[in-house]
Structures are given as structure tokens and as C-alpha cells.
Write a protein that binds this ligand. Structure first.
Ligand code: AMP
Length: 290
């Protein structure tokens, strides 16, 4: 596996693949790779060749009081995992390669970027969409793979790609979880053992909502109350938001539509965790995916 550190070399590599009419797959990450990231890589490998993964801890998507300085950076472990996954190349630029002096252009997705995660983390999505567009311009993949764990982020990337006519298909992959339901996240390493136990409350709250949907509940405020009740049962949990939203607009819904998300952001101690449940309903029929 080749490690590529410059934009120019990355562009050169994919130019060859494009000339050979190959289908380029791309998985952007911030490193500290876990089975959730690797599931995206495996899916990309089933559907594309070559497959490139980027590791770039993007400073522009962290607020001044957020965890950029303590975010885990186990680059040797990450490289070993990607070697084992047999990808074609790792794009590993540093911050000045991505943002040379004088950098001054940002991508803003209106509306979507102001809600939920955008509201709680001002400037976060501007950093995300800016770096993702840059990465898509550099790699020009046929398909880029994102996790539903960050559902709002993936939806914004889809919107950006559509609005700016970017020739990349955005593929959304299901959430990979620990056996007890906790969604895998690079930030889970921050949790102390007691907090780690408490963190299962997020998936418990989503499962409680899913059970009610299964038994016919369609009223969003009822489902929200259920989630809040479960979250309130865990003293270490401080809720940022627990809402039912439309899967396209991320606006709150009154009643479940065809496709919605139950979305959660919860602080466990100093660690902020997010999770969601995908909900599809059609009259009496319903399907939920945790
Ligand atoms: P990150 O390194 O946190 O920026 O994540 C890189 C990609 O991996 C994003 O598309 C995430 O949504 C995805 N991802 C993170 N955690 C999971 C998970 N538990 N299951 C599936 N995808 C995930």
C-alpha cells in the first residue's frame, strides 16, 4: 500500500486509474480507525478498484473549545489496518498541504448546516463540506463511502455534490456497533469504564423508540418523550438533542413520514456522542434500522 502525502501525487495516481477506465472508490476518514471505518473500506473494495482511503484530521471542523489537540492519532495502527485491508493507497496530507497559506474559500450548505449538529457545533459543517469537496476534487472518485453514524453530515455531502455537480456517487453505509449497542466512534476511547457503561443509554433510547414504532406509534413527540425518559434514567447522560427529523431536511416532524431519523447527541461526562435510528414507514408498515 502506497502512502501519498501530496495533492499533486494523489492526483497523478488517480489520473492513471481513470485513463484505464477503472472505478475509483474513496473513503475519507480522520483516522483512529475502527471496525466502522473498515466496513466502509470493505464495501468500497467490493464495488470499486482501486480504493483510496484518506486520513486527515481536519482542523477546520473543530471549534476552539473542541477536542482537536487530544483526538487520537494512532497512525501506525491505522496504517497496519489499511495494509491488512489491502487498499491501493492511503492519502495522508498534512494541514499545510490541504490549507496552504492564503487559503480562503469555504463551502456552506444552506439550511441543513444550521440545524442539530450545525447548531451545537458552529462552523463544524463548513469545515466538513470544505474538506470533503477538496478531497473529492483531488481524488475524483466514482464513489465515496460515508457512514450513517454521521447521518446529517452524509446528507449535507449529498446535497453539496448535487448542488455543485460533483461527479461522485455518495454511498451511505450502515452503523457498526459494539455488542452492547454502542455505535463505534474514535471518541469512545475518551470514556472511562463507568462512562463506557453509561454510553449504552444512547442505543437503548433509540431501541425504545424503535419498539414503539413497531407497535404502531407514529407521533413524533411521543417518541421523543420515550427517548428522553430513557436518557434521563442515566445520571451521567446530559442530552444536547433527542429529536425525530425528516431524513432529507433534518427539520423536526410532527408525525413520522416515509423516511425519518431519530437523532441523538448526548454528553457522557466530557465526551459528546451522537447516534441515530433510521425509520421508514408506509401506513401501518414500518422498518427501523439501528
Ligand atoms: P471520522 O473518521 O469520524 O470522520 O469518520 C469517517 C467515516 O466513517 C464517516 O463517514 C463516518 O460516518 C464513518 N463512521 C464512523 N463511525 C462509524 C460507525 N460506527 N459505523 C459506520 N460508519 C462509521
Amino acid at each position: 500500500m502506497e502512502t501519498i502525502r501530496t495533492v499533486a501525487w494523489m492526483k497523478e495516481k488517480v489520473k492513471e486509474a481513470r485513463m484505464d477506465q477503472r472505478v475509483i472508490g474513496f473513503v475519507p476518514t480522520m483516522g483512529a480507525l475502527h471496525a466502522g471505518h473498515l466496513a466502509l473500506v470493505e464495501r468500497a473494495k467490493r464495488e470499486c478498484s482501486p480504493v483510496y482511503v484518506s486520513i486527515f484530521l481536519n482542523p477546520k471542523q473543530f471549534g476552539p473549545k473542541e477536542d482537536l489537540s487530544k483526538y487520537p492519532r494512532p497512525i501506525e495502527d491505522d496504517t497496519a489496518k489499511l495494509e491488512a485491508a489491502k487498499i491501493d493507497g492511503l492519502f495522508l496530507p498534512d494541514a499545510t498541504e490541504m490549507y496552504p497559506p492564503g487559503f480562503s474559500t469555504y463551502v456552506h450548505v444552506g439550511g441543513l448546516s444550521e440545524r442539530l449538529e450545525g447548531k451545537s457545533r458552529p462552523g463544524h459543517f463548513r469545515g466538513v463540506t470544505t474538506v470533503v469537496l477538496k478531497l473529492l476534487e483531488i481524488v475524483q472518485p466514482n464513489f465515496a463511502y460515508f457512514g450513517r453514524k454521521d447521518a446529517q453530515q452524509a446528507r449535507m455531502v449529498q446535497q453539496m455534490v448535487r448542488d455543485l455537480n460533483v461527479d461522485t456517487g455518495i454511498v451511505l453505509c450502515r452503523i457498526v456497533r459494539e455488542a452492547d449497542g454502542l455505535a463505534l466512534s474514535s471518541r469512545n476511547v475518551y470514556l472511562h469504564p463507568e462512562e463506557r457503561k453509561a454510553a449504552t443509554v444512547l442505543s437503548c433510547a433509540l431501541r425504545a423508540a424503535a419498539n414503539e414504532i413497531g407497535s404502531g406509534v407514529r407521533d413524533a413527540s411521543h417518541l421523543q418523550q420515550t427517548m428522553h425518559k430513557v436518557l434521563a434514567s442515566e445520571p451521567r447522560a446530559r442530552v444536547d438533542y433527542a429529536e425525530i427529523v425528516d431524513s432529507e431536511t433534518f427539520e423536526p416532524v410532527v408525525r413520522l413520514g416515509r423516511r425519518s431519523y431519530a437523532v441523538l447527541a448526548v454528553h457522557i461526562g466530557k465526551t459528546r456522542l451522537i447516534d441515530n435510528l433510521l425509520i421508514e414507514t408506509d401506513g401501518e408498515e414500518s422498518r427501523t434500522e439501528l
